[in-house]
Design a protein around this ligand. Structure first.
Ligand code: FE2
Length: 468
């Protein structure tokens, strides 16, 4: 009887896990007319929430705008669509970019893996509709990567281009999430917006309904830094403002299962703060199996990052030593609107080759993945030795998935329109990090002059920006 009951409950648990693991996003492909109608009804409201990743896999957070006089920073969470027996989470309110609204931020904590949740936030005008958020496994899991979403501004009062990009963005997400319902969260290396200064860019970015169920981790790109809206539409965990950052500048980290993500703000050349941030994040996550870096600029990237002085000289010298001291396994970049991936790089050289389709066991060196963009893909006529793969075709969008599976990290890049596989590698890792070798001590010592130069550069850059 005991054996029978044990088998019975095991089957129930397995069935629930399978159902949850295969749960689908609400990510419908819309016709042009459907999108235009949705866009027209929502573009001016400025109340859509951003669902961001939390500090770890048991958390997600919401950030939204509400009318100042009625705003309450509260989110209800329940295990049923009727919201019976909901739990209320409270957060904080901070000034918005306009006097009429206020920004509410709430972190939902204590989430369990393979579970279905329903939530609603207080809009200032009552409770929002109910949305579903499903957690997947906290161990093995899959991640979506795409950069340069870069929702365009409204040009001269003509919002057609922004509406076009929103349409494209919605249907792109639909393709990715329909083919990959097991994705846990989205990592983007920045340029979320185009001008960084209009609410409409964020409203368009947040309009696809699938984003109510897909937490996002967003780096800062040079386009975001043209304005300050990133400050009002995100709620990233473990933000580090360092000693010398200014304006939007910040690094942040989060942890999901065995994976530590370090997001560096590559729009800032502030080397001492970047190094200090990496040390702090790594020391607080010594048990992480994988370390993934995210920066906007295409260090060892594809496209016009190759030969670009800012990237090749300034940013490569500031960031690559930090990545190597802390033995990052993979660095995700963007900016160039070109899909590419490097060999295993170390000290400016190819440590070992990483041809597409290969499996690499305990490799030395770092793979740099240059993510494409959602639209406006550029021609890639640039060639460089460090590239193991690059997409040459014009106007082909792509997305990459990272799958963490036991000792393996499986990277796959696919077309954004039909999910055809373009590039893949598997990294198998059975060794632990060793952060205290003599080599690393010397690398840190050699980095001191770069810290000084990076600091001076940042101060001059800040001065120039303040006058422009
Ligand atoms: Fe960029």
């Amino acid at each position: 009887m005991k054996k029978f009951l044990s088998l019975f409950f095991s089957i129930i648990i397995m069935t629930q896990t399978v159902i949850s693991a295969n749960a689908e996003f609400n990510a419908p492909k819309l016709s042009r007319e459907e999108w235009d109608s949705l866009y027209a009804s929502m573009i001016s409201s400025n109340t859509l929430p951003t669902l961001n990743v939390g500090a770890d896999e048991t958390q997600v957070s919401l950030c939204w705008h509400a009318e100042k006089s009625n705003a309450v920073a509260e989110v209800r969470l329940a295990d049923n669509e009727q919201m019976n027996n909901f739990k209320t989470f409270s957060g904080n309110k901070t000034p918005a970019e306009t006097d009429e609204q206020i920004v509410c931020r709430v972190v939902l904590t204590g989430l369990e893996e393979n579970s279905t949740y329903y939530y609603q936030w207080y809009t200032g005008d009552g409770w929002s509709d109910v949305y579903k958020y499903e957690t997947k496994s906290f161990g093995d899991h899959k991640v979506m990567i795409v950069g340069d979403i870069q929702i365009n501004e409204i040009y001269d009062g003509n919002n057609e281009e922004q509406m076009n990009i929103g349409y494209f963005w919605n249907n792109y997400l639909s393709e990715v999430l329909t083919k990959n319902p097991d994705i846990s969260y989205l990592v983007t290396p920045g340029d979320n917006t185009s001008t960084g200064s209009t609410d409409e860019e964020w409203q368009t970015l947040l309009m696809p309904e699938s984003l109510r169920s897909l937490p996002v981790a967003m780096a800062i790109g040079n386009h975001d830094k043209k304005g300050m809206t990133y400050n009002y539409f995100t709620n990233m965990p473990n933000e580090d403002y360092g000693r010398f950052f200014s304006g939007l500048d910040r690094d942040f980290w989060f942890r999901y299962g065995d994976v530590l993500y370090l997001f560096f703000d590559s729009t800032s050349g502030n080397a001492p703060d970047h190094m200090r941030f990496a040390k702090k994040a790594v020391e607080q996550n010594k048990d992480a199996k994988w370390r993934i870096g995210v920066v906007h600029h295409g260090i060892y990237g594809a496209g016009d990052a190759i030969g670009d002085m800012e990237t090749e000289i300034l940013l490569k010298n500031i960031f690559a030593p930090i990545f190597e001291v802390y033995e990052l396994d993979l660095v995700i970049t963007g900016h160039t609107h070109s899909q590419g991936r490097s060999h295993f790089m170390k000290s400016g050289k190819i440590k070992s080759e990483a041809p597409s389709g290969g499996t690499f066991v305990n490799p030395e060196g770092i793979v740099y993945l240059n993510s494409n963009c959602v639209r406006n893909v550029y021609d890639d006529n640039f060639d460089a030795e460090h590239l193991a793969y690059k997409l040459v075709e014009d106007e082909v969008t792509t997305y990459t998935t990272l799958e963490f599976k036991g000792d393996k990290l499986i990277l796959e890049t696919r077309r954004g329109d039909n999910s055809e596989l373009l590039d893949s590698i598997t990294i198998e890792k059975t060794v632990e990090f060793n952060d205290k070798t003599a080599n690393k001590f010397f690398k840190k010592l050699l980095y001191k002059p770069i810290e000084l130069l990076g600091f001076i550069y940042t101060m001059i850059d800040n001065l120039v920006r303040s006058f422009s």
